[in-house]
Ligand binder design. Structure first.
Ligand SMILES: Nc1ncnc2c1ncn2[C@@H]1O[C@H](COP(=O)(O)OP(=O)(O)OP(=O)(O)O)[C@@H](O)[C@H]1O
Length: 277
């Protein structure tokens, strides 16, 4: 499934805290301000791409992912997933996308993981043969039998992430969104999760979009990168192209420094120097 995004824009509306002497006035007329989060970004992702969405804290990555997955409605702009839009084809899109938020689980906290999987099977009407086949494949790569008979509250972070990944892929989505899939996970579990993501992409041609602060994730997984800063898209291309353009720019940064915040500059510097591997 390909994804086309045109002029995507989103601000958050926040109710202002009123000064004491203005309290009464603000109770009658609430005062609001707007925090811009995503500002007029456009890009295309092709079927089967693995795309890394990179930026410093607060750059607008999660807000974009939330709009791409229908959790938030954009203020402006168009999102088209294989020609489908959330406005007209929400149900159809939801059946074709899987989402994993690294910091939030979709699994029921107190019941064994396998019981959550069975619930998803019923909810998404996954045919028995596909469910069984997927459990078998995922068990093999992600060592599911080690932990799916326990509830998530008793799992390590890495095990919980593996369980969430399996849950998001049970119904064979064509696009998988991963928000920080390796955050806080040890090196071995990270490697397993990366291998799994690569395998799913190769075997099923699943389009994968992931946000990460981990340069090794980018270097081992992503053919393409979107770099965002203060809600604006600074780069859309391959990792190699980014390195090549930087090398040929005679130490003038390909993405001008003055447009970057410090932590993004550090991320990009590590990419240029190949420090993530
Ligand atoms: N629910 C919200 N209400 C108000 N402002 C928000 C909300 N969520 C995010 N923001 C603001 O929108 C901007 C973009 O935030 P977003 O979470 O998209 O960034 P991010 O790139 O995902 O950051 P991180 O890497 O820290 O997760 C930030 O300025 C943030 O403070």
């Amino acid at each position: 499934m390909s994804i086309t995004v045109e002029h995507l824009t989103k601000s958050y509306k926040i109710k202002n805290r009123s000064a004491i002497n203005n309290t009464v006035k603000h109770l009658v007329i609430p005062q609001y301000s707007f925090t811009p989060a995503v500002n007029d970004i456009s890009f295309t992702i092709q079927t089967g791409d693995i795309v890394g969405f990179i930026g410093a804290n607060g750059a607008g990555k999660s807000t974009t992912i939330k709009m791409l997955t229908g959790i938030l409605t954009p203020d402006k702009g168009i999102i088209s997933i294989n020609g489908l839009t959330f406005k007209k084809n929400r149900k159809e899109i939801m059946q074709k996308i899987g989402v994993v938020f690294g910091q939030r689980s979709v699994l029921c906290w107190d019941i064994p993981v396998i019981e959550s999987f069975k619930l998803f099977k019923d909810m998404y009407r996954i045919p028995e043969n596909i469910y069984r086949e997927n459990i078998e494949i995922f068990s093999d790569i992600l060592n599911l039998p080690e932990f799916i008979y326990k509830p998530p509250r008793l799992l390590s972070l890495g095990q919980r992430m593996k369980a969430d990944l399996a849950a998001a892929l049970l119904y064979n989505p064509e696009v998988l969104f991963l928000d920080e899939p390796t955050i806080g996970i040890d090196v071995l579990a990270k490697a397993k999760i990366r291998d799994f993501i690569i395998k799913i992409n190769q075997v099923r041609k699943t389009t994968i979009i992931l946000t990460t602060h981990d340069i090794s994730d980018i270097e081992s997984l992503c053919q393409k990168m979107l770099i965002i800063d203060k809600g604006t898209l600074l780069y859309n291309g391959t990792l190699e192209e980014l390195k090549r353009k930087n090398a040929s720019s005679h130490n003038d940064d390909f993405i001008p420094k003055k447009r970057m915040n410090d932590s993004l500059e550090q991320i990009i510097r590590t990419i240029y120097e190949g420090g993530g591997l």
